[in-house]
Design a protein around this ligand. Structure first.
Ligand SMILES: Cc1cc2nc3c(=O)[nH]c(=O)nc-3n(C[C@H](O)[C@H](O)[C@H](O)COP(=O)(O)OP(=O)(O)OC[C@H]3O[C@@H](n4cnc5c(N)ncnc54)[C@H](O)[C@@H]3O)c2cc1C
Length: 228
């Protein structure tokens, strides 16, 4: 079940969001872009394409912008707020990890699940909490994306990656124009092994036992200097 907030819960969260903003300002984050822009045959090159906006994609994006890489295209094929397994195909009711792991906080205490939970429900409920509820974890990840104001485009799917002029040509589903990118971050977890991604790739990239993991697909279709 999704969490419902009372008035005072919301006030705690607003306070925490202000703390996140202040901490980031003190740390000069997100840092200004330092990567020289590049074009290829008149097409603007994207520095980094991040695929997947589950928790690993979110923290990767956070780390990149903290380091001054701002020319990023971040996509996820799932609808916004439904990335990853948490409110889709997962069946276990809770996370498996202990509640006090810092997850995608990336060194920011105010971005931990613990800070988010305590801001809304207080210390006593934090102490009483055993394992984190699955939908609640999704709600936390939605908040993480919102408070960091991460620009992510949902409803776009990585379908194919091929080398082109020393760059990577990234083909997305639907009407989206192909992208030329310097780097690709695959934060697609096990879901990238499914047939949807592999259907977009030539059969030469599959092995006889089924879909090949994404890193193998990339390493087979692109020269080593494109992925090492
Ligand atoms: C019930 C349950 C409990 C768990 N408990 C824990 C735990 O306690 N601790 C722990 O570390 N892990 C736990 N896991 C494992 C958990 O799934 C992963 O740790 C976590 O989801 C990994 O995050 P991720 O960002 O790598 O992948 P995901 O959260 O799976 O996100 C991947 C995203 O990539 C997107 N994507 C995939 N392919 C494409 C494509 N071709 N184009 C565009 N987008 C694409 C998907 O839509 C998805 O949103 C648990 C899993 C379940 C089901």
């Amino acid at each position: 079940m999704e969490c419902m907030h009372t008035r005072s819960d919301t006030a705690g969260l607003v306070e925490l969001e202000e703390r996140v903003r202040q901490d980031r300002q003190d740390l000069c984050q997100p840092a200004a872009n330092w990567v020289p822009s590049r074009s290829c045959n008149g097409q603007k090159v994207v520095d980094i394409v991040v695929v997947g906006a589950g928790m690993c994609g979110l923290v990767a994006h956070h780390a990149l912008i903290a380091g001054g890489m701002r020319n990023i295209l971040h996509i996820d094929r799932s609808p916004e707020g439904r990335e990853g397994p948490w409110v889709t195909f997962a069946r276990m009711n809770t996370l498996r990890s202990p509640k006090n792991l810092t997850g995608p906080a990336f060194g920011h205490a105010a971005l931990t699940f613990r800070a988010w939970f305590r801001a809304q429900y207080g210390e006593a409920r934090w102490e009483a909490l055993d394992k984190i509820d699955r939908p609640m974890w999704m709600e936390y990840l939605r908040w993480y994306r919102k408070v960091l104001d991460l620009p992510i485009q949902n409803g776009l799917e990585l379908q194919r990656v091929t080398p082109e002029d020393g760059l990577l040509r990234v083909d997305l589903g639907g009407q989206a124009a192909p992208i030329l990118a310097r780097k690709l971050v695959l934060a697609t977890a096990a879901t990238a092994r499914d047939s949807q991604l592999c259907q977009g790739l030539s059969s030469a990239f599959r092995d006889s036992t089924g879909p090949t993991p994404p890193m193998t697909l990339i390493s087979q279709s692109c020269p080593a200097n494109a992925w090492q």
